[in-house]
Design a protein around this ligand. Structure first.
Ligand code: ATP
Length: 582
């Protein structure tokens, strides 16, 4: 597992090996250049001071030139690491985000039943960002630290082994203290990430449900829930910052005190004649060079924790493999007739809810079948099993006598058109949304589909017609209009099997008539399954299946089922008396 993780982490660098090499190379040159300055100072104060006047001025000029050259090299290196290096991490960030997005797109319905949208979004926003920062900062900062530490170490030990030992002793203590905080911080950061993603998901639910919130005048409730979430956010930050604060409180004074303390000790040795002022000056310059990267390493510890937590979370979510995949010997159906068979099908949701046991059912090619039954009987579930949105636990579903598990997934789903009650439209124009049914559709095809779905007239009523922007989730359209766009999409998709899942349930009579007409037009020569709550809408269906108790309890035409006086008759009479009493 550890090896797998390391491989995964390295794989993010792979496409950018050259960029990373250059970034690290510049970082090394930058660090080396910085450590040369004190050597120059030492040369001036130790050697040049004793030269003859002319030679001394000449050497001073040379040192100034070298210093200038070093400044220029540092400038070039900084420019590269601060621009290309940051672009490198942005490229890696976009790769990780794309990988996550592609991964989510391939997941099955069960995955989305278990994961909240806000949580998934926080992987792409926060975790991917933290991981990328970690990927760029860790090698750069560590390399800088190691080079400055070894450069300074060599010179310091050469100047005075005692001072070298004191300085490195202090640095060692600081690093030991800092490292001790790593697991503690990691735990807190991991908790915090779980809490933040819960908060994001609550926020997403509350904002996307704002119309319901306002309709129930529950704004105060939502604000109070949000305030509670913010309290948790504060507490989480409090714990995290306490650890960070303690770490900084312990290490910062030691670092700040490094120069004054060692100067006092150095003065003691200088007074005894064992150490020179020049040695002290060089020591101070090196101590100064060392302090900045130590602060960077300390800052990196929290960045490291955030990045490693981000990596762990991303690695875990990427390890979830969709259970619904193409089988090895998957085939493509060329011309689907649309015969659907359920053979001894049993299905249980992951939550443990058992829906079907040994369900047998046949819908012949071209048949128009209505599926009715009490709420929660499993009508939608049954339809979701056909395109393999969920896989059956036992038995099999066949299309034209081929088990759906043997049909290539894309091919299977291309052959099934779905129109649901909760139509999902995307922000964009009306034309874009109809085109969703067939991405390469021409404008003429889009208009024809809209005409077939009785949508053309209302579309032209908008000032910009087909180019009208419909807002997020089609907010600027009525329920009936959205439904007709969904049907236009299905016309474009032109699949031999059609499923209408309560497509007319939430519509008024006027819209329902339009949808009914367009549904019937669309259903012509296709196998059609219609789930309907309002039984009046399926009275004319040649075959009505009544689903109850996890199986087909009754089957027949409207009249036949009424005369049976069973579940269908009960459902129908209940609706009839309800409608009459309204
Ligand atoms: P309705 O007519 O009210 O839409 P339905 O007959 O279409 O109901 P389904 O939506 O198929 O019924 O649901 C059947 C049962 O499965 C219900 O009890 C429901 O709570 C449960 N169920 C539906 N979706 C899931 C899911 N994703 N995970 C777990 N249980 C689910």
């Amino acid at each position: 597992m550890k090896m797998q993780k390391i491989k995964k982490l390295l794989s993010y660098y792979k496409p950018y090996k050259k960029d990373l090499f250059l970034d690290l190379f510049c970082s090394v040159i930058d660090s080396v250049s910085v450590t040369i300055f004190p050597v120059l100072v030492r040369y001036l104060t130790d050697d040049v001071i004793n030269f003859e006047k002319d030679k001394a001025f000449q050497s001073l000029g040379m040192v100034a030139l070298v210093a200038l050259g070093l400044f220029f090299i540092i400038f070039l290196c900084q420019r590269y690491t601060e621009y290309q290096g940051i672009m490198l991490s942005t490229k890696v960030e976009t790769d990780i985000k794309t990988e996550l997005f592609e991964h989510f797109q391939k997941q099955d319905f069960s995955f989305f039943d278990e994961q909240k949208v806000g949580k998934l979004m926080s992987y792409i926003t926060t975790d991917a960002y933290n991981l990328t920062t970690f990927i760029k900062e860790v090698p750069e900062t560590l390399l800088d630290f190691i080079i400055r530490l070894s450069g300074a170490g060599i010179v310091l030990f050469l100047a005075s082994p005692l001072f070298g030992a004191i300085t490195f002793g202090i640095l060692f203590i600081i690093l030991c203290v800092a490292v001790r905080y790593v697991p503690k911080m990691q735990r807190e950061i991991e908790n915090a990430r779980i809490i933040y993603s819960d908060l994001t998901s609550d926020l997403e639910e509350s904002i996307s449900g704002i119309k319901t919130v306002q309709a129930f005048t529950n704004e105060d409730l939502e604000i109070s829930k949000f305030k509670d979430d913010m309290k948790i956010y504060l507490q989480t930050n409090d714990r995290q910052n306490k650890i960070k604060g303690t770490l900084m409180a312990v290490t910062e004074p030691i670092l700040i005190g490094l120069i004054p303390i060692t100067t006092i000790v150095a003065m003691f040795f200088i007074l005894r004649g064992d150490f020179s002022m020049n040695d002290l000056l060089v020591f101070m310059l090196y101590a100064d060079i060392l302090i900045a990267p130590i602060f960077n390493v300390l800052a990196l510890i929290s960045g490291f924790n955030e990045g490693s937590v981000g990596f762990k979370r991303i690695f875990n979510i990427l390890s979830i493999d969709s259970e619904i995949k193409n089988s090895k010997d998957a085939i493509k159906l060329e011309k689907v007739k649309g015969n659907i068979k359920f053979k001894d099908v049993s299905f249980i949701y992951k939550s443990g809810r058992k829906i079907f046991e040994n369900l047998n059912l046949e819908i012949k090619a071209g048949e128009y079948v209505a599926l009715v039954g009490p709420s929660g009987a499993g009508k939608s579930t049954l339809c979701n099993l056909i395109p393999r949105f969920y896989d059956v636990n036992k038995g099999e579903i066949l299309i034209d006598d081929v088990p759906v598990k043997k049909i290539e997934l894309k091919n299977l789903r291309k052959n099934i058109g779905f129109v649901r009650q909760d139509v999902v439209l995307f922000s964009g124009t009306i034309a874009d949304n109809i085109r969703y049914g067939k991405l390469d559709a021409t404008n003429e095809e889009i208009i024809q589909a809209a005409k077939d779905a009785y949508a053309h007239d209302f579309i032209l009523d908008f000032e910009k017609g087909y180019n009208t922007y419909i807002g997020g989730r089609g907010a600027r359209l009525s329920g009936g209009q959205k439904q007709r766009i969904a049907i236009a999409r299905a016309f474009l998709k032109n699949s031999p099997i059609l499923i209408f899942d309560e497509a007319t349930s939430s519509l008024d009579n006027e819209s329902e008539k339009f949808i009914q007409k367009s549904m019937e037009k669309l259903a012509k020569d296709r196998t059609t399954i219609v789930i309907a709550h309002r039984l009046s809408t399926i009275r004319n269906a040649k075959k009505i299946l009544v689903l109850s108790g996890g199986n087909i309890a009754e089957e027949g035409t409207h009249e036949e089922l009424l005369s049976k006086n069973g579940i269908y008759a009960d459902l129908y009479n209940m609706q009839f008396s309800k409608n009459n009493s309204v």
